[in-house]
Design a protein around this ligand. Structure first.
Ligand code: ZN
Ligand code: ZN
Ligand code: FE
Length: 759
């Protein structure tokens, strides 16, 4: 090999900004005794160095194997360039490459690292300093306004560094070398507690007061990485019930922050992968099956609990000062509205209702909620993709450049396409809420500016009433409309790198079908361009239209009427005692006269109906409560049994299932067994349809998508059955199976159609 020194230029593309990448390169160059430069450009990290041919290969291999934890390298390119002379190895000033508008990635926010936790115990200028961070940890996406990722482009720009911080920032050997949000107690942002009795910026006092009030059962608000949280003692029913009433929380389960893994394991048995997910630098809320109950008001009788570990220095300091091992940890918002991120709003919304508000004066620029995940077959699967994940791109099998997909309506996210990457927004929420819609519009503007993104095409759902569709309609750009369940199917294909013909089982709440009816229990086949509806759950009337989503008892009446006729009211089942027969008769009349009773094949509504028939949930207090309670009712019960069903030209017909299920209720069979047998029936029916679809299409790849697949029992059961028949099954992990993943599918379909000019 050539041992002569030449000048090489290396370009590293991927998540390499804001994760300590340049300092890492400097340390590596020092180790390799290479002279040169490294800089951040909007088209990647560029390294120029003098080395031998052998040296360049070793250097690149070291980049790949030793890169910082939170980085992720997509591609490394290198070339020999005209010889340059260097005196040392330095980081040169970031500049925007005017030739290309390709951008590098922006890091998600990173939980505080162990070294920084150590520093707040030992470094004199960081003792108990709760905004300590380094190149391996701290805020990123939440504080960034523009690229490149430099302090001046973040909300830290208003805090000049002190001499000590500047020294660390400029010292290659220091862990804070070029840590953009670097701060210490001398120069950085500070915490502030505000209550009726005290206003203080003294951290010891803030911690002592907050801890004492929490121990007394009070609620306080604390500013987190991407928004405020409300917290209280998770072991006090009184405290939790009080917090719930303050928040007007609609019965939705609340997450709990535990002191450490040991304290979580007092409530749940953790698998290795659950431990890894809990401890990961992303620090998401992980849904766990609890064997020991926390107070009823936390999750109102459900056995699954969202658990999270501390991820900011303040969280650790608070537990150190507090006797409590677990705190309710829920985002501070009024029901339906986005999480509060600024001090004025938190004071207006909560000051009069809670004991104290703990803030700090570094602004949150991008609101970002806690992410939520659950294990399916012991693999981490996202339910809400936000902090720790956003805005990392998802690499795709096709180019999606210039498309902006606007998502659906509930649990909205949007998605922009840059070359072969999808950049999915953080969880936005339900667009029907005016403040949330404003957050949607603002975030689109933020992403456009951040990524210098100019959309060429907009992609929206077929449903004209969705506010995301209306947003598209109000623009002057060409719009591509995508059917909701095709988008679900494509979302699962995109994240699994599939660009071919597949079969899809979509079990979902509702979405507008191509025939004008409401779909939701769909068996499709096709590709990213087009699809065919093989069959679906047999249509059922939804008396009351949209109202049924929160009133499962209505769908239950419709299913029972459909199965037994008006005589169902004489069945000796507890459901009939709980409903008013006058109202049921009224609903049946509505169905007969086709008044506000749209037909739907929704899977979610079938789960709703069965949950209500079992008296588990008549009125849902939050989205998808009834199916959650139905799954929860299984309680680990094991059975292979299932009820009969029928498949004919009208679709998958569950009337036989309901007859047998009602028999079981009459014969006082345990609810655990009925719930399990019902789930097994859906699994069995779906498997039979897949087999029939295979005979027609000869396709062996099946994607599972739609909100119902957040149901772990349903997902695991169907995967197992389909795999036992030799199908290759693909599920969601990187994006949610619910409508939070829709935008990714919309993007893929629109780009594929454009590519093939089938629009
Ligand atoms: Zn750190
Ligand atoms: Zn400082
Ligand atoms: Fe959906």
């Amino acid at each position: 090999m050539n041992q002569e020194f030449s000048t090489y230029q290396i370009r590293v593309i991927g998540l390499v900004q804001g994760v300590g990448f340049r300092p890492f390169i400097v340390r590596l160059a020092t180790q390799f005794q290479c002279l040169g430069t490294v800089d951040n450009r909007n088209d990647g990290v560029i390294i120029q160095l003098n080395t031998t041919e052998n040296g360049i290969y070793q250097f690149i291999s070291a980049i790949q194997t030793k890169a910082p934890t939170a980085s992720s390298i997509e591609k490394i390119e290198f070339k020999k360039i005209s010889p340059l002379i260097f005196q040392d190895f330095t980081i040169v000033k970031s500049y925007n490459n005017p030739i290309t508008d390709e951008i590098t990635e922006i890091s998600p926010d990173i939980a505080v690292c162990d070294d920084c936790l150590e520093d707040i115990k030992s470094q004199s200028n960081r003792l108990n300093y709760p905004l300590t961070n380094c190149t391996h940890c701290g805020p990123r996406f939440s504080i960034i306004k523009a690229l490149p990722y430099d302090r001046t482009n973040t909300t830290m720009s208003v805090f000049p560094m002190c001499v000590e911080c500047k020294r660390e920032y400029e010292d290659i050997k220091d862990r804070r070398f070029h840590a953009q949000p670097i701060a210490c107690s001398h120069c950085g942002p500070v915490y502030l507690i505000e209550s009726e009795s005290i206003i203080s910026r003294e951290i010891t006092q803030i911690l002592q007061k907050a801890a004492a009030w929490l121990e007394e059962g009070e609620t306080i608000a604390i500013k987190g990485m991407g928004g405020y949280h409300l917290i209280c003692d998770a072991n006090s029913e009184g405290a939790v019930a009080n917090l719930r009433s303050i928040k007007h929380r609609d019965g939705k389960p609340m997450a709990v922050m535990f002191r450490n893994l040991e304290t979580i394991s007092q409530y749940a048995t953790l698998s290795n992968n659950e431990i890894l997910a809990l401890r990961s630098w992303r620090k998401s809320i992980i849904l766990l099956n609890m064997y020991k109950d926390l107070p009823f008001s936390i999750n109102r009788g459900l056995h699954r609990l969202g658990a999270i570990l501390p991820y900011m220095p303040f969280h650790y300091l608070l537990f150190e000062n507090c006797k409590l091992d677990s705190l309710v940890f829920t985002s501070a918002n009024l029901a339906g509205e986005p999480t509060i991120i600024d001090e004025t709003s938190i004071l207006t919304a909560f000051q009069s209702k809670i004991k104290a508000i703990v803030s700090y004066n570094r602004s949150i620029y991008n609101r970002v909620d806690d992410s939520v995940g659950v294990m399916i077959n012991d693999k981490f699967s996202l339910i809400r993709r936000s902090r720790g994940f956003v805005p990392s791109p998802i690499r795709l099998p096709i180019s999606v450049d210039g498309f902006l997909a606007l998502g659906a309506e509930l649990v909205n996210t949007f998605c922009l396409g840059r070359t072969h990457q999808a950049i999915l927004s953080q969880h936005i929420g339900d667009l029907k809420n005016a403040e949330t819609f404003e957050f949607f519009e603002q975030s689109i503007e933020n992403f456009k500016r951040l990524y210098k993104f100019i959309p060429q095409y907009l992609v929206s759902d077929l449903h004209p009433d969705y506010l995301s569709s209306q947003y598209a309609a109000s623009s002057h750009l060409p719009i591509i409309k995508v059917q909701h369940h095709h988008a679900h199917m494509a979302a699962c294909m995109m994240e699994n790198g599939l660009n071919e013909s597949v079969m899809a089982v979509i079990m979902d709440g509702t979405g507008l079908g191509t025939d004008g009816t409401i779909w939701g229990g769909e068996f499709l086949f096709g590709d990213l361009v087009d699809f065919k509806r093989f069959t679906h759950f047999r249509n059922i009337a939804l008396p009351g239209g949209d109202q049924v989503a929160y009133q499962p008892w209505r769908t239950a009446v419709s299913y029972l009427y459909d199965t037994f006729g008006r005589d169902f009211l004489h069945l000796k089942i507890p459901f009939n005692k709980k409903i008013e027969s006058v109202k049921a008769i009224f609903l049946m009349d509505m169905i007969d006269k086709e008044i506000n009773s749209p037909l739907s094949s929704s899977a979610g509504r079938l789960f709703d109906a069965v949950s209500a028939i079992l008296n588990l949930c008549h009125q849902a207090q939050f989205h998808a409560e009834a199916p959650m309670r139905l799954e929860d009712a299984i309680l680990g019960f094991k059975t292979e049994k299932y009820y009969p069903y029928n498949i004919d030209a009208q679709g998958v017909d569950f009337r036989l299932c309901l007859r047998a299920l009602v028999e079981d209720i009459i014969h006082k069979q345990p609810i655990t067994s009925i719930a399990a047998k019902f789930h097994n029936t859906v699994i069995e029916a779906a498997t039979e349809v897949c087999h029939a679809m295979f005979l027609q299409t000869k396709i062996r790849k099946v994607v599972l998508s739609g909100g119902s697949f957040q149901n772990v029992y349903l997902s695991e059961g169907l995967i197992k059955r389909l795999e036992s028949l030799g199908f290759e099954v693909f599920v969601h992990q990187k994006v949610p199976a619910n409508d939070g993943g829709i935008a990714l599918g919309q993007l893929g379909i629109a780009a594929s159609r454009m590519y093939l000019k089938k629009i």
